[in-house]
Design a protein around this ligand. Structure first.
Ligand code: WTA
Length: 662
């Protein structure tokens, strides 16, 4: 671990810090949090009494039984709202369906081919109750797990909530993952049921999801799965295994609706979501029900200044944490109208995003820097063709946003009228941790500004001592928070080792949460996140462990060894470069380059496809045998290696010059 982060992150220099964008007065005047509704005293109060702060936030949810204690903290094990019971769907559906919101749109969905479906809170509630009944009839019960492998269609939201209604822990697997990746996730969590679709629409093509599920389950590879429920989306022909596979429309037709949700303990695992780490095996991040909902509901309302009349679009897929927290649970807990789009952002034309914003009168857009940079490159004309006056707030998440992209987003998309909330968080944190309040915090392009109230975060050295202003160090979280991950599924020790041993409070020795990110804090207390300091790369906002890609490559019969590093990429943030040594008798060739790329796509998914495969006669290693990754990163970035598809690199000479590295 070194404090030098590896990304294309903005240079968080003092020069940039001069650019301050105070909230536009017209926005601030109507904002939930603005200088007249919120005083510095309230921030101090939250810092002095975080438990009181979170307790007040928890009051915004619907509970069956109230908690008796806010927090039980035996580091790193947290229990929030001890003794409280609830069901997530009662906060997200039932309480809205009982009011005027019964007829308010909960979901407005647009498929890639262009069809539009709207589900009101009343309808969504009914669909969830019915599908929960179908799952119950298949034998699913509180404490079981179900895998969800769907395109971004309303059924994805319905399936998640139907699981939650029964106390079934869902594990959503992004539809871009391969059969291998899906199968290992199903097995890790011993899922009983897989919910999928015949296919999804992407760039005018059909993504054959059911086929991938069949492959994952073939030859008894996932022995815990008893049934597969299939949504008919694309209508192409699929194989249905008798006794195992059932159509969604058949099982729901006969289902007995679950009108009474199953109450669960506040700590009951709402979901598992796999994320990449520094080893080849992804971690099943476990989130709770009570604390998680408190975190997402509060941030949804305050960070996005959510109002009943908003149409909120978070462009993330439900396969990622952003989709869990800000497509499903955060917005629905607040009774919001959520817009969903199934397909590719630039299909059929480069203005698809803007056309949808104009047609659906979207008022809040939350997307990723990689998308913003893509649109920026495509040219302003595609944005300007559409009336985007419905937009009032813009958000960014997933990676550092470079100031140039921030400015373009602010000016060209937001017409300089919309504040930009740059939100820092992670799969593990569950909810946004650092972000401006759009009606109160002056924004600096490239900075996620400050930690939100109730949270203790800072930039420190490895020994826990505080970094000086503008000095780069590790971003840590110094106290538990309600939406924090509870453990790695089935592996408490890995949870501790990954997050809770690297940095300690130098005064007390208490463990702090290590984010894996490098950052600086400027003289105003603003945070500038630079990027990962571990072996995780961020490709187009998707987290990938370099070890995962390496494991995929060495499965190929020609490969002896592989080392994978990230290199800066103007659009994707980072791209993947693999250095590969071949087994005796195997020769580099262009065909082998393609084979290896396909190998990675097959093992992980197409988003993990290496940009570059480079051959080496041996990987550069230290005397103790560790791969000199920093050297490889430099080579991948500067292109000092030949780059010829078929020539071998000889690292011996360069490595010999730097024997002590890492
Ligand atoms: C990065 C996505 C800078 C960071 C919610 C983090 C960011 C990782 C930002 C988590 C931001 C996310 N500024 N970097 N606003 N948001 N990151 O788990 O490196 O997919 O550790 O969660 O993305 O990615 P994950």
């Amino acid at each position: 671990m070194s404090t030098t982060a590896r990304t294309t992150a903005p240079a968080p220099g003092a020069a940039k810090a001069r650019d301050l964008f105070p909230p536009p007065p017209a926005f601030a005047a109507r904002a939930r949090i603005n200088p007249s509704s919120w005083t510095a005293q309230r921030l101090d109060d939250a810092a002095a009494d975080p438990l009181g702060y979170w307790e007040a936030a928890a009051d915004a949810l619907e509970w069956r039984t109230r908690w008796t204690k806010v927090l039980d903290w035996q580091a790193p094990r947290a229990k929030w709202f001890v003794g409280g019971t609830l069901n997530a769907t009662e906060s997200c559906l039932d309480r809205h369906a009982r009011t005027w919101r019964r007829t308010k749109a909960a979901l407005i969905w647009e498929g890639e081919p262009g069809e539009v479906r709207t589900l009101t809170y009343g309808q969504l509630h009914d669909e969830v109750c019915r599908f929960a009944g179908a799952l119950r009839a298949l034998g699913l019960d509180k404490g079981d797990r179900a895998a969800i492998y769907l395109p971004l269609v309303p059924e994805a939201v319905i399936a998640m909530l139907a699981c939650a209604r029964l106390g079934v822990t869902h594990s959503v697997v992004f539809g871009g993952f391969s059969a291998e990746a899906l199968g290992s996730r199903i097995n890790d969590a011993s899922c009983k049921v897989v919910i999928t679709a015949d296919g999804g629409a992407r760039r005018g093509q059909v993504v054959r999801l059911k086929e991938t599920v069949d492959k994952a389950l073939a030859d008894g590879a996932c022995p815990t799965v008893t049934n597969v429920v299939v949504v008919r989306r694309t209508g192409h022909e699929v194989q249905m295994a008798p006794g195992r596979d059932l159509w969604w429309h058949d099982v729901t037709r006969e289902a007995q609706p679950v009108t009474e949700a199953v109450a669960v303990d506040a700590e009951h695992p709402l979901y598992i979501l796999y994320t990449s780490g520094t080893t080849g095996k992804p971690k099943g991040v476990v989130h709770s029900t009570g604390g998680y909902l408190v975190g997402v509901a509060r941030t949804m309302r305050w960070v996005f200044d959510l109002k009943d009349e908003d149409i909120f679009w978070c462009s993330a897929d439900v396969g990622w944490v952003t989709g869990h927290s800000y497509v499903v649970y955060g917005p629905l807990a607040n009774g919001a109208t959520v817009f969903l789009y199934e397909g590719a952002p630039t299909y059929p034309g480069p203005d698809r995003f803007w056309s949808m914003i104009a047609r659906h009168k979207i008022s809040i857009l939350y997307t990723a820097p990689t998308a913003i940079r893509t649109f920026m490159r495509l040219g302003d004309q595609h944005v300007k063709r559409h009336d985007l006056s419905s937009l009032r707030l813009l958000g960014s998440v997933g990676e550092p946003i470079n100031p140039e992209a921030w400015r373009w987003y602010h000016q060209t998309v937001g017409g300089a009228r919309c504040p930009v909330v740059d939100t820092w968080w992670q799969t593990e944190t569950g909810a946004i941790m650092a972000s401006p309040f759009p009606g109160m915090t002056p924004q600096k392009p490239g900075s996620c500004t400050k930690p939100l109230p109730g949270l203790a975060m800072d930039v420190v050295h490895q020994d826990g001592s505080r970094c000086a202003d503008d000095e780069q160090g590790f971003l840590v979280i110094q106290a538990p928070w309600p939406s924090m991950m509870r453990t790695v599924w089935g592996d408490d020790e890995r949870f501790r080792q990954t997050y809770w041993v690297q940095v300690k409070d130098p005064a007390t020795g208490a463990p702090w949460y290590f984010t894996g990110d490098g950052a600086r804090r400027d003289k105003d207390g603003y945070l500038w996140v630079i990027g990962r300091v571990d072996d995780v790369v961020n490709v187009a906002g998707h987290r990938l462990g370099t070890a995962e890609v390496e494991s995929a490559l060495v499965l190929h019969s020609a490969v002896a060894e592989a080392a994978v590093v990230g290199r800066p990429d103007e659009v994707k943030g980072q791209g993947i470069v693999a250095f590969v040594t071949l087994k005796d008798g195997r020769q580099p060739s262009e065909a082998l380059v393609e084979e290896l790329k396909r190998q990675v796509v097959g093992e992980i998914g197409s988003f993990a496809r290496p940009d570059d495969i480079r051959w080496a006669n041996a990987l550069p290693k230290t005397r103790s045998g560790k791969i000199m990754r920093r050297l490889l990163r430099e080579l991948a970035t500067t292109g000092r290696v030949t780059g010829d598809m078929t020539s071998l690199e000889d690292f011996g000479a360069i490595a010999a010059l730097r024997p002590s590295e890492e």
